[in-house]
Design a protein around this ligand. Sequence first.
Ligand code: 5GP
Length: 129
Amino acid sequence: MSVTPVDPTQPYDSDNIFAKILRGEIPSTRVYEDEWAVAFEDIAPVAPIHVLVVPRGAYVSWDDFSQNAPAQEVAGYVKAIGNVARQLGLVEDGYRLINNIGPDGGQIVPHLHVHLLGGRTMGPMLTGQ
Ligand code: 5GP
């Protein structure tokens, strides 16, 4: 996998790895899907539960999505993230959502995704420098 940070202003690249996962060209362990979003296990989990929730639509980043997605699609995606957490039984103990945007955010894959982390206490919000 390339570790080049995403330029959040770049046009959408339909050959990105999550686009291929959405099309079923690359295998993934799906845990949820609906009209608006698909969720699958992260290939390199950093918590007992580490799921990526991606919109079906072609958006590079949260910036792209929040500017350009129709309201119905925004609502569908936000609700899907909540549905995934509930389906995984994470509400009582809690969980963490992370969205990385661009170089400072640490975004590597240029298709919008929210990391849903759970199954342990997450600790401080940031541990990097
Ligand atoms: P980012 O840094 O862009 O927010 O996070 C990208 C995430 O995608 C990383 O946590 C990485 O482990 C995950 N990832 C990268 N390639 C693949 C893949 O081919 N399959 C899955 N399931 N996850 C991937």
